[in-house]
Design a protein around this ligand. Structure first.
Ligand SMILES: Cc1cc2nc3c(=O)[nH]c(=O)nc-3n(C[C@H](O)[C@H](O)[C@H](O)COP(=O)(O)OP(=O)(O)OC[C@H]3O[C@@H](n4cnc5c(N)ncnc54)[C@H](O)[C@@H]3O)c2cc1C
Length: 441
């Protein structure tokens, strides 16, 4: 007997990736999917919504345009409907602030019919008799239980803040950059603040605190294991690596080679954008020119090897231990405020435990994703967003490749290519083009 309550798919988590999927799925009337988000509204990394920080991608990497520029959910249509189009045109800047992007995403989410906020998924199991997944969780302020059924799933639960291994979360509530905004006022009451890490988030936190340093007492230290405060590479032939062509090339490589390649690609996605590095330099240089004390230190090449939180009659502080990697010398450093801008890791939520046996795993306990982004043994039931750096490469977390991945996932969900999936966009060849010019030996 046909169970009419079985959805074609349920998507879990509503960050930019599943929100993009929801926008692209909305016009497909026959597709019966639901999108569940535990928060009561869309909120994009609220702990890092620092004034004036921008996206790293131009606005064309919005929720839909690279799949369907005519979509009503495009950033340009948002501007038109909200009376902002001319303001944006006069500004002559393709990079939205993160706050603007967040507003745009909220606007889009409010126009979708299949999105359910305030729904936290807690458990997934497979009902083999009915041939469907059973999704259970709690919803609303009163946390009432809900049960849904779906033939397929799309997991889009984002990533998790990563702390150094020796920072035991049960021992102390360490501050990660993901929670910076909520703790900013608390940090600014300290006499010394240290920021560990040198990616975009570290630079944004450092810059934000540096700009306001005159109004406070603190000394700022910015320290990183990287050999220098390096720039995110954005030259055009490098940007071409954020393409379907590169995903196809990378995907077919041997697993060990992939690991090695990803380790050499830090400057493609982990560095700081050049304009922010320059703004930081100019702020410090301006202080120097005015004869003011810098009250700040920037130190590269130093690996954090230990960290203790201590409290005594003088107050709270952190005792850190660093190793200078070139000189192989160890140093102790003490600060009152500490921010770990040490990145993020994949989020494999506990709710997948109930369907663990249906998923493909690699030796490191990560999803082993098929080329079509499916993580299940059948290769067409459970699709995963943003957890495939080791399989698909560094495009995994890039907002610019979201439309491509979602066009792909939609084709897998429906069997129809609703949005054209580009196969070749780069000028360069990532694999050697075998033919008359290049003969394989
Ligand atoms: C500060 C910051 C800035 C970034 N800027 C850029 C940029 O400019 N360009 C770029 O290309 N990339 C950027 N990234 C990287 C990446 O694109 C973002 O992290 C992006 O938000 C990832 O989207 P997501 O949909 O995977 O996850 P998230 O945005 O993390 O969303 C996941 C959602 O899942 C929900 N969820 C989790 N568990 C459950 C559950 N059990 N039930 C229901 N819902 C659940 C969460 O509440 C959350 O809303 C940035 C990352 C950070 C941290």
């Amino acid at each position: 007997m046909k169970n009419t309550n079985v959805h074609a798919f349920v998507a879990i988590g509503l960050g930019p990736f599943n929100l993009s999927l929801a926008c692209l799925a909305e016009p497909i009337a026959e597709l019966d999917g639901l999108f569940l988000e535990r928060n009561t509204e869309f909120s994009w990394h609220p702990g890092m919504l620092i004034d004036s920080c921008t996206l790293q991608n131009p606005f064309l990497a919005d929720l839909v345009s690279l799949a369907d520029p005519k979509s009503p959910f495009s950033f340009l249509n948002y501007c038109k409907e909200e009376g902002k189009l001319y303001a944006y045109y006069f500004r002559e800047n393709f990079y939205l602030t993160r706050a603007e992007y967040n507003d745009y995403c909220r606007w889009a989410a409010a126009r979708l019919s299949k999105v359910r906020f305030g729904h936290e998924v807690q458990e997934l199991v497979y009902d083999s008799q009915a041939g469907c997944y059973v999704i259970t969780g709690v919803r609303g302020e009163r946390r009432e239980p809900f049960v849904l059924r779906a033939r397929k799933l799309v997991l889009g639960v984002g990533s998790k803040p990563l702390l150094p291994a020796f920072c035991e979360p049960r021992e102390h509530r360490w501050l990660h950059s993901a929670d910076y905004i909520a703790h900013k006022a608390w940090l600014q009451r300290k006499r010394s603040i240290t920021i560990v890490g040198s990616g975009q988030s570290a630079a944004e936190v450092y810059h934000d605190l540096l700009k306001e340093a005159d109004a406070h007492e603190y000394r700022l230290t910015w320290i990183t294991r990287s050999p220098r405060f390096f720039q995110m590479e954005t030259t055009k032939l490098t940007l071409e690596m954020f393409s379907p062509d590169y995903i196809d090339y990378f995907y077919q490589l041997d697993e060990r080679k992939k690991e090695r390649i990803v380790r050499t690609q830090d400057s493609l996605y982990k560095g700081v954008n050049a304009s922010l590095i320059n703004q930081i330099y100019d702020l410090l240089d301006d202080r120097r020119k005015r004869g003011l004390p810098l009250r700040s230190r920037l130190i590269a090449n130093c690996e954090l090897q230990g960290c203790r939180y201590e409290t005594d009659s003088d107050g709270d502080s952190y005792a850190l231990e660093f190793r200078q990697l070139d000189c192989e010398t160890r140093y102790a450093h003490r600060c009152e405020g500490l921010v770990f801008a040490t990145g993020y890791r994949e989020n494999i939520p506990p709710f997948v435990d109930g369907i663990r046996a249906r998923l493909r795993w690699d030796e490191q306990g990560r999803y082993r994703l098929a080329r079509n982004y499916a993580a299940d043994l059948n290769g067409n039931e459970i699709f995963v967003q943003n957890a495939g750096q080791h399989t698909h490469g560094m495009t995994n977390q890039d907002l610019g490749m979201s439309c491509y991945r979602n066009s792909y996932i939609l084709r897998e969900l429906t069997g129809v290519e609703h949005y054209k999936i580009e196969r070749r966009v780069a000028i360069q060849d990532f694999a050697v083009p075998v033919g008359a010019d290049f003969v394989r030996l």
